[in-house]
Design a protein around this ligand. Sequence first.
Ligand code: MN
Length: 256
Amino acid sequence: MTVIDSLLAALATGEVEIIDLTAPLSPDTPVLQLPSPFANTIPLSLEKVSDFDADGPFWGWNNIHTGEHTGTHLDAPAHWVTGRDGHTVDTIPPSRLVGPAVVLDFTAEVAEDPDFLLEPEHFEKHVADNGPLPDGAWLVFRTGWSRFNRDAVAFANADGDGPHTPGVSAEGAQWLAASGITGFAVETVGVDAGQAGGLEPPFPVHHFLLGADKFGLTQLQNLDRVPATGAVIVASPLPIVGGTGSPARVFAIVPA
Ligand code: MN
């Protein structure tokens, strides 16, 4: 039996399950809102071309309008100034989009403090307890934030100082950039904390990880169904030529 046969058999018996980590993509999907004077992308909209009518009696189809960074999406290195000469989304080798999941659960800490930041000590404790991060891993920051992903106001959690959502400190981001992970995955609208514009450097996850040829994955959900270790994540962004990111369907392959 080949390893593929074994996988297919396990899927058939339910010993292995496919969990969809993707948030629904609709005009109501929350998107990042940068303050003036910065420009923003557009949310998703569908423009009807035909709907079984005179414009197409036997078929329905739409044009899609959206930014690259809408909903569950991948950040390519070329998204950030530190990675601008690096991979655009179309040139990422697909083998780097599939990797072991390492899920760090900080749901309780984030419930206490929405501005919670991961520090090197959090990663070092995980390594001390579980061994080194596997090469090519998706490091997944479970925060419970996806429970807000159908409510744009709660999802942004903004006040006069801007959004308050969890992320990673500059030191933590440097630690991750020096590791062998393929990327960092979150439940929030972006891979950096809501207040990360005030860190040094600003937006350190973008700065250090995209600058180190790693990727970001955002707006995941159903992370309560992914074990801390032992699952595989498959991220499938569109190969937009020259694109800095793309909406993505993201699956976890998990032991039942
Ligand atoms: Mn993005």
